[in-house]
Design a protein around this ligand. Structure first.
Ligand code: MBD
Ligand code: FE
Length: 284
């Protein structure tokens, strides 16, 4: 049965939007990496691929299928999705190995800067009658010694009840379920929103094709994205997850950590669920 209430995004549409976002927000700088380092990393990656080709006796037919697939990933704009689903988690692990504060995890391809400023007690922008279980989130941002931090900013974004992100799927208002929360001197934030649905990687694009060809699944468990910063502290990019999600233990993007699991209770006002989570930032 087809859902006529909202258009479904195509892989190429979300891919083009994610590629545009990346090119705008994160201009690359290969020049910043010394040539000795580029040489070592590129050589070792290529050697690992060569070893795999030998080990599995990859055929010309398979080699050409790979070339066609690589070309198609670019045409679909799915390199941001591919990289963030299958590579970013290890980059994040390496980058933040020495942090003593709260765990972060991957950013993924669907962040957009400059979400509306909503104050300390925020209701994320949403459509009239936005589908989904109401969710009340409360949190405090502190230093390693427990002191509440000043100048706390939290950017929050999540998928809707269909698993779609505004700006990366058609027919959703630009800032739907995206906001910037600014805490007062107590470092506390409140976010009123709806619970997101699990996210499925588009099945009609190149990443979906790889998943189908390999017999994998395309799911990420439901999650809230949060980016927390405070004056004089290292920012964290993280995601929080919901207990009981069928994909908490086999996230296609390998981004779940036990420390990132929420605890939910029925909301005090009887409307949906509530949860709290505190963040500890390392000094800059
Ligand atoms: C997402 O929603 C996401 O968070 C990541 C990391 C990759 C793909 C989709
Ligand atoms: Fe996400």
């Amino acid at each position: 049965m087809t859902d006529v209430s909202a258009p479904h995004p195509t892989a190429a549409e979300s891919g083009a939007a994610a590629t545009q976002r990346f090119v705008t927000d994160k201009p690359a700088s290969l020049a910043a990496t010394p040539k000795e380092r580029v040489d070592a990393i590129a050589r070792e990656v290529l050697a690992a691929v060569h070893d795999t080709i030998r080990k599995h006796r990859v055929t010309y037919e398979e080699y050409n299928a790979l070339k066609a697939w690589l070309i198609q990933v670019g045409q679909d704009g799915e390199w941001p999705l591919f990289c963030d689903v299958w590579l970013e988690h290890v980059v994040e692990e390496v980058a933040h190995a020495d942090r003593k504060g709260s765990k972060g995890t991957i950013e993924g391809p669907y962040y957009a800067p400059s979400a509306p400023e909503l104050g300390a007690d925020a209701t994320l922008p949403m459509r009239d009658g936005e589908k989904g279980t109401p969710l009340l989130f409360q949190g405090q941002v502190r230093a390693l010694d427990g002191t509440p931090l000043r100048g706390v900013k939290c950017e929050s974004v999540h998928a809707d009840d269909d698993g779609y992100y505004s700006q990366f799927a058609p027919g959703i208002p630009q800032w739907n379920l995206r906001g910037t929360i600014t805490a007062g001197a107590d470092g506390r934030i409140t976010i009123r929103t709806i619970q997101p649905a699990p996210y499925q990687i588009p099945t009609d694009g190149s990443c979906g094709k790889l998943i189908a060809a390999a017999g994998w699944h395309a799911w990420r468990p439901a999650h809230l994205h949060l980016m927390i910063s405070a004056d004089g502290y290292l920012p964290i990019t993280t995601q929080l997850y919901f207990p009981g999600d069928p994909h908490n233990d086999d996230d296609v993007a390998s981004a779940v950590k036990p420390e990132l699991m929420l605890e939910l209770t029925p909301a005090a006002d009887g409307n949906g669920r509530q949860t709290s989570y505190d963040f500890v930032l390392d000094p800059a």
